[in-house]
Design a protein around this ligand. Structure first.
Ligand code: IPM
Ligand code: MG
Length: 371
């Protein structure tokens, strides 16, 4: 198959983790006889530096004309502590989500036995955790009217949801639950917020249609606690934009490292795939960032392109590296491997070049990854 993939490296560690993903996709293309054409485009602080605009029109155009978008990370510290900055890197991502109408952000949370010790939670509570967060991505408080009075003493952000916005993501989440453990939990704050009451009403109505799925409802404050005390109870969590932003970062600690978690944003146009971590500017250029969040996002990308076998080869390769303790510094601060080495090992595995016997010394000396 021939596919066009837009690549947005973005900021901080974005370029270096994305490079490894592109290499892995090329290894997959070679193994399975596909052709992936990558077109690079700008977004975020990188785009502001080069064009003054966090999302140049050209980027939107390229993404709209691609089969999928692979994205690295966004954000730069020079904007974070400046509330008066008019142009911000994050505006690029928010505008891209709107332009591509990516209304559903899918964030799987799974644990790996070899990493259980990294989680701040007890092994018995996290072994076998496997749930997915469906976060609404183009509505709610993120996109409501924003106001600041002339005296700069009062500010507001409107949270608005329409029935249609709730229905379209709820359908996706219910259908996803049907293919999994058939449980859906709507996370809201229906005891306080009118928008949450609308979410609950709409989801209750749809639940009748998806009668094979057990649906329950949880207030977000309780959900924040349940994700920590008993994460195994969840299968598919459906929630609005801001609650989803917060609980997905929270859920990432279950797996032991934020660097591991992938995500997909889907909607009406080309879907976008990105690790859930940020731009981690302190690590940029040091070859120490964990590329697995990005590589696992590429596995989701392959699945979205209907390349299921290809996606499972990538996941198997990732599991192989973790099992053999080929891990980056976030996972093992002492005996760690470099970003590029992990990427090369995964490419080797995909290309059947990784033998059973492993000569770690060669890898440690960065001599060879053909071990
Ligand atoms: C995320 C990020 C973004 C969000 C930021 C960078 C705008 O935190 O994708 O979770 O809040 O949606
Ligand atoms: Mg976030």
């Amino acid at each position: 198959m021939q596919k066009n993939i837009a690549v947005i490296n973005g900021d901080g560690i974005g370029p270096e983790v994305t490079r490894q993903s592109v290499n892995v996709l090329n290894a997959i293309a070679q193994k399975f006889g596909h052709e992936f054409n990558f077109t690079y485009c700008l977004m975020g602080a990188d785009a502001i530096d080069k064009t003054g605009n966090p999302l140049p029109d050209e980027t939107i155009e390229i993404c709209l004309n691609s089969d999928a978008v692979l994205f690295g990370a966004i954000g730069h510290p020079k904007y974070d502590n400046d509330p008066s900055a008019k142009v911000r890197p994050e505006q690029g991502l928010l505008k891209l989500r709107k332009s591509l109408q990516l209304y559903a952000n899918i964030r799987p949370v799974a644990t790996y036995p070899s990493l259980h010790h990294l989680s701040p939670l007890k092994t018995k509570n996290i072994d076998g955790v496997d749930f997915v967060i469906f976060r609404e991505l183009t509505g709610g408080i993120y996109f409501g009217k924003k106001e600041l009075n002339a005296e700069q003493t009062v500010a507001s952000d409107d949270c608005v949801y329409s029935r249609e916005e709730i229905e379209r993501i709820a359908h996706l989440a219910f259908q996803y639950a049907q293919k999994r453990k058939k449980r859906l939990t709507l996370v809201d704050k229906a005891n306080v917020l009118e928008t949450s009451r609308l979410w609950r009403k709409v989801v209750r109505e749809l639940a009748i249609q998806y009668y094979d799925v057990t649906t329950d409802y949880m207030f977000v404050d309780n959900a924040a606690m349940q994700i920590i005390v008993n994460p195994k109870q969840f299968d598919v969590i459906l929630t609005e934009n801001m609650f989803g932003d917060i609980i997905s970062d929270e859920a990432s600690v279950i797996a032991g490292s934020l660097g591991l978690l992938p995500s997909a944003s889907v909607g009406k146009g080309a879907a976008l795939f990105e690790p859930i971590h940020g731009s981690y500017p302190q690590a940029a250029g040091k070859d120490i960032a964990n590329p697995l969040g990005s590589i696992l996002s590429s596995a989701m990308l392959l699945e979205y392109l209907d390349m299921r076998e290809e996606a499972s080869v990538v996941r198997e390769a990732v599991e192989w590296t973790l099992k053999n303790n080929f891990v980056t510094k976030d996972i093992d601060p002492v005996n760690f491997y470099f970003t590029t080495t992990i990427g090369e090992l995964i490419c080797d595995y995909v290309g059947n070049k990784a033998p059973g016997e492993i000569h770690k010394a060669n890898i440690e000396l960065r001599k060879s990854t053909i071990i």
